[in-house]
Design a protein around this ligand. Structure first.
Ligand SMILES: C[S@@+](CC[C@H](N)C(=O)[O-])C[C@H]1O[C@@H](n2cnc3c(N)ncnc32)[C@H](O)[C@@H]1O
Length: 221
């Protein structure tokens, strides 16, 4: 990884830290559209435990726990996880919701083929290089059991605001200090190599609204 990329990643982490310190429910308390989809897909597959990556303050982890799933939520910002733990305790969900600090650029903690489902809303479109994205997706595949499911949601390159972001190297873009990536169909297919691609659906979410992709991958072997 280049020095520039390390600095960029560090600056992004600081921005998240500050944003979460200033807003106890930065992304609101309602579950994302993708989490509601994931609950249906995981439930239909008979799955009752979920590893959530980039969970933030846990609006989706809390929702999934309310639906009866056991959830292990991870994020790179401890302040966000503290809020998640507090809300889980307040709602009496702490028996099926755990949270731990983890940077997804590092190997995932679970052993090979031990996880039934992984969920990540608005994580893969953060400031990751393409190489980091590929290795994260390979890590997720490694920890999933055969037949396990990975549902993720990301910004779409068809979003109207993509044009207003400043282009950076490696397909990343910057606006107001935030760096991220808009996904096109080709990238979704590229990251689906060695997976069964069950679903890739565009949809709109939020008041603006934003154009997103919802993707469901299955570890087929
Ligand atoms: C757009 S927020 C989405 C939060 C949450 N999934 C939601 O929808 O409410 C992106 C999240 O990714 C986390 N994140 C960014 N880089 C990360 C990394 N390298 N490892 C783990 N989490 C990361 C941020 O801290 C932030 O909580």
């Amino acid at each position: 990884m280049s020095t520039g990329h390390v600095e960029l990643a560090r600056a992004q982490q600081e921005r998240w830290q500050t944003a979460y310190e200033q807003h106890p429910h930065l992304h609101g308390t309602e579950p994302s559209v993708a989490a509601q989809w994931a609950a249906g897909v995981f439930g239909a597959a008979g799955i009752d435990d979920v590893l959530e990556l980039g969970a933030g303050q846990g609006r989706d982890a809390l929702f999934l726990a309310r639906q009866g799933f056991s959830v292990h939520a991870t994020d790179i910002i401890e302040t966000a996880l503290d809020q998640l733990r507090l809300d889980a305790q307040r709602e009496g969900l702490d028996d099926r919701l755990t949270a731990a600090l983890h940077d997804v650029r590092d190997p995932l903690p679970p052993a090979d083929a031990t996880v039934n489902a992984v969920f990540a809303n608005l994580l893969l479109n953060m400031a990751f290089s393409r190489a980091e994205l590929r290795s994260l997706v390979a890590e997720i595949r490694r920890v999933l059991r055969p037949g396990g499911l990975f549902v993720y949601a990301v910004w779409s390159s068809d979003d109207g605001c993509a044009a207003h972001w400043q282009e950076l190297d490696d397909g990343l873009a910057r606006k107001d200090g935030f760096v991220g990536r808009f996904f096109d169909e080709a990238l979704i297919h590229d990251l689906s190599d060695r997976w069964r691609l069950d679903d890739a659906t565009p949809y709109d979410e939020g008041p603006e609204p934003r154009r997103m992709w919802r993707v469901t991958l299955a570890r087929s072997e």
